[in-house]
Design a protein around this ligand. Structure first.
Ligand code: SF4
Length: 214
């Protein structure tokens, strides 16, 4: 039987998949994409913020593969770069945990947020990097001129609000991605250790029960 924490990770995974579907559709409709192989955003972990809650699917996957210790060591030895990042030189690289990446890694480069313009009106502002702003000027202009409720917009704030799963307030505090992964891993390790201890106690109890029956 799954623990409460593991079930929560499965719920988060469903939300992350929904976000991925929305951002993919936004990229297809807007024709705005990232530079192939670029991972410039992943070089500085302090620029990528996530909640431990969103890191649970990745952390469980890492834990289940027996890599929790390795990742925790890497967070300590290389605190600046995202721990899931594999450097290919320059701005290039690869996400080693792409399947379980948190919402910001799905939303940045493929969504908009809402802001107030100088006239006090709410307008969409693309979440794009400088390279995208240089290469997709016309497309970005079109997107940023759409009404906020336009069906083609993928609004980052609305999507990340879907993480309203009440569990522990500590899980919902945003922090740099490495810290967030560290918290999620530590929570899982503690939780799994507790479950193992409980199982051992139950096993002992049933042995005592059996022997008293004999
Ligand atoms: S989780 Fe993956 S996509 Fe997100 S910052 Fe880290 S390496 Fe980049």
């Amino acid at each position: 039987m799954n623990s409460r924490l593991r079930n929560l990770a499965l719920d988060v995974e469903i939300t992350l998949k929904k976000i991925a579907a929305e951002t993919t559709s936004f990229s297809e409709t807007s024709n705005i994409s990232c530079l192939k192989g670029c991972s410039a955003c992943c070089h500085n972990s302090d620029n990528v913020w996530a909640t431990p809650l969103e890191m649970l699917p990745m952390a469980f996957d890492i834990f289940d593969r027996g890599l929790a210790g390795k990742y925790l060591d890497r967070i300590t030895s290389e605190p600046n770069r995202c721990t899931a990042h594999e450097d290919h030189g320059g701005r290039y690289g690869r996400c080693m945990e792409y399947k379980h990446r948190p919402s910001i890694c799905r939303l940045f480069g493929s969504s908009v947020r809402l802001k107030h313009n100088p006239r006090g009106e709410t307008v969409p502002e693309g979440l794009f990097c400088n390279w995208q702003r240089d290469h997709f000027k016309k497309e970005i202009e079109q997107i940023e001129n759409l009404p906020v409720d336009h069906k083609d917009l993928c609004v980052a704030g609305h999507l990340s609000n879907q993480f309203n799963i009440s569990f522990s307030k500590n899980l919902e505090v945003e922090m740099p991605i490495n810290k967030s992964l560290q918290k999620a891993l530590e929570m899982i390790m503690q939780n799994e250790h507790y479950i193992e201890m409980q199982m051992q106690v139950q096993h002992k109890d049933s042995e005592v029960h059996q022997s008293t029956k004999i």
